[in-house]
Design a protein around this ligand. Sequence first.
Ligand SMILES: NC(=O)c1ccc[n+]([C@@H]2O[C@H](COP(=O)([O-])OP(=O)(O)OC[C@H]3O[C@@H](n4cnc5c(N)ncnc54)[C@H](O)[C@@H]3O)[C@@H](O)[C@H]2O)c1
Length: 294
Amino acid sequence: MADHSPDPVPPPRPTSTPRFQGRVAVITGAARGIGRAHAVYLAREGCDLVLCDILEDLPDGTPYEKATQADFDETVRQVETEGVRCVAVKADVADPVAGRDLVERATQQLGRLDFLVANAALTLEGKLADMDPVTFATVLRVNVNGVFHVLAPALKAMTAQRRGRIVVIASGAGRKGEPEAGPYVASKWALIGLAKTAALEAAESGVTVNVVLPGPTDTPMMDGPQRWKEAVPEKDNPTRADYIEAKKDATPMGYAWVKAEDVAAATLFLLTDEARFISGDTLSIDAADVATWT
Ligand SMILES: NC(=O)c1ccc[n+]([C@@H]2O[C@H](COP(=O)([O-])OP(=O)(O)OC[C@H]3O[C@@H](n4cnc5c(N)ncnc54)[C@H](O)[C@@H]3O)[C@@H](O)[C@H]2O)c1
């Protein structure tokens, strides 16, 4: 029987023996949420990190708060507590040169590149019939072009050294439609095709490329007064608890959302040596929602 309390499951913790000592990862969108969980999990495994985030330069109009410098500082604090090296960069992945810069920081400042977690994304919402082209293009430019901008130089470096792992964070929304989330849905479907193509192009080198599909996840993207009101429109000032109650059937297991740490734990497996023959695949972390579609 599912427990519908605000924190339904304690987040999993990685193993006590560090598996990624001396390795280096680039993670985009790491100021908070799923990106931060990845940073902390990789740091606990001994991995040095290059992190980036756009912070307050996120385009206006998202149905949730922008990340702040304090958020990013908190990620860096948690990572450095684990005793690893961390380079934190304010950058917009939609800028074509940003991805190359992140990869160069890994190889030049930290000496190598082993992993890329392409996580940064945003959503701007509304019905397609009423949406202006700039809004649509903004989401695609960050969520798809932004992944390409860092994936391409990472792929080049990794295939040359014949070693590396890439994980693209898409979404369950990349396998179905979702009203009022048209550009986001389109972007996440696109990422699956992009990653499968990259997996084929990298296959001969042994580099793997996979896609992680989170279901609804407890992060700032899905939290805050606007999200609560969307879920409980009949209430004047709904709370987070109201949201969780209203959304408890969002997944077949009966949870409103999974935790960012659940997503990071799945990514971690795809980065291990044991996952060397898993490439071009998708892995859903969505409390059985994946079982409702093909
Ligand atoms: N939360 C969910 O329910 C959910 C579900 C499925 C997939 N996802 C995906 O997981 C990933 C992380 O989402 P989250 O829930 O942690 O969201 P979030 O908004 O809490 O975190 C995303 C981070 O990315 C940063 N970012 C956005 N645009 C950027 C850009 N152009 N350049 C650099 N950084 C940028 C933001 O500032 C933010 O810190 C995203 O790819 C998202 O689409 C989330």
